[in-house]
Design a protein around this ligand. Structure first.
Ligand code: PGA
Length: 256
C-alpha cells in the first residue's frame, strides 16, 4: 500500500521576519492538497514566529541536541523545539555530518531524543560522489542507515528517512530513476529488518535537486514516499508545484 507522501522543505540558513509571508503563502496553498503532508523546516530562531503565523501547518527544526538540557552553548533541545511550536525536526543532514562532524551515533541519539518528546523525525543519509563512482553507494548508505536508526519505534511520533546523495544536493544533478529505486528498495528492506511490519510504514523521502520539473518523475518511483527539498522550498512558486506533483502521483501506480 502506498504511503501518504510527505513533502518537506529545508530552508537551511535562509529566512528572516520578512519571509514569514512566504511561509504563509506556502501554508495557504498547501491546503489545496490534503492528500499530501507538507512541512517546512526553518532556522530555529524562526520556528516560533512561523508556527504562530501558520497554525495547523507543520513547522520543523533542522537539528536538535540529544541531551534534555544542560551546558551545551548554542544548542537547542527537543523540548525547546516542541515548546516553540515545531512538530518535527531533521537530523543528520549531510551538511551537519560534514561541517559539524556529526557521527552516526550522534544522529541516532538526536533521533531518539526528538522522537521521545513527540517530534517527528526526518533522518538523512546519503553517499558522496566518490563513493557512488566507486560503486559503493548501496553498501555505504546501508551502513550509515543501520548505525543511525533508533533501536525501536515506540510512541506516536513518526520517523521518516531521507535519502539524499551528497552530490545531488544543490547541484542540479539527480540520480537516475533506477539508482533511486535501488537505494529506496534497499532502505525499505533494512527498515523491515529493523522494525518488522512497522518498517513498512516509515516514509522514505528522496532529497537532492528536487524541482518542479523532475518531481513527478521522482514521486512515481516505487518506495519514494515524498521529498526533502532545499532550494526549491524557499518560494511558494517553486515549492507548491512539487507538492502538486506529489498529489498527482497519489493513487497512481508506481514504477518499480
Ligand atoms: P536541494 O537541497 O533541494 O537544494 O538540493 C536538499 C537538501 O539539502 O535537503
Amino acid at each position: 500500500m502506498a504511503l501518504k507522501k510527505l513533502v518537506a522543505g529545508n530552508w537551511k540558513m535562509h529566512g528572516l521576519s520578512a519571509d514569514l509571508s512566504e511561509i504563509e503563502a506556502i501554508a495557504t496553498a498547501a491546503r489545496d492538497y490534503p492528500n499530501v503532508d507538507v512541512a517546512l523546516c526553518v532556522p530555529a530562531i524562526l520556528i516560533e514566529r512561523a508556527a504562530r503565523a501558520v497554525p495547523g501547518f507543520s513547522i520543523g527544526g533542522q537539528d536538535v541536541h540529544d541531551a534534555e538540557q544542560g551546558a551545551h552553548t548554542g544548542c537547542t533541545s527537543a523540548l525547546m523545539l516542541l515548546d516553540a511550536g515545531a512538530s518535527l525536526t531533521i537530523v543528520g543532514h549531510s551538511e551537519r555530518r560534514d561541517a559539524q562532524r556529526e557521527s552516526n551515533e550522534e544522529v541516532r541519539a538526536k533521533a531518539e531524543a526528538a522522537l521521545s518528546v513527540g517530534l517527528d523525525v526526518i533522518l538523512c543519509i546519503g553517499e558522496s560522489f566518490d563513493v557512488r563512482e566507486r560503486g559503493a553507494a548501496v553498501d555505504t548508505v546501508t551502513a550509515q542507515l543501520d548505525a543511525s536508526l533508533p533501536p525501536s519505534l515506540e510512541g506516536e511520533a513518526e520517523l521518516a528517512v531521507a535519502y539524499e546523495p551528497i552530490w545531488a544536493i544543490g547541484t542540479g544533478k539527480v540520480p537516475t530513476g533506477p539508482q533511486i529505486a535501488e537505494m529506496h528498495a534497499t532502505i525499505r528492506a533494512r527498515l523491515r529488518a529493523r522494525y518488522g511490519a512497522d518498517g513498512t510504514h516509515v516514509r522514505i523521502l528522496y532529497g537532492g535537486s528536487v524541482k518542479p520539473s523532475n518531481a513527478g518523475e521522482i514521486f512515481a518511483i516505487a518506495d519514494v514516499d515524498g521529498a526533502l527539498v532545499g532550494g526549491a522550498s524557499l518560494k511558494a512558486a517553486d515549492f507548491i508545484p512539487i507538492v502538486a506533483a506529489a498529489a498527482a502521483v497519489e493513487g497512481q501506480g508506481t514504477i518499480a
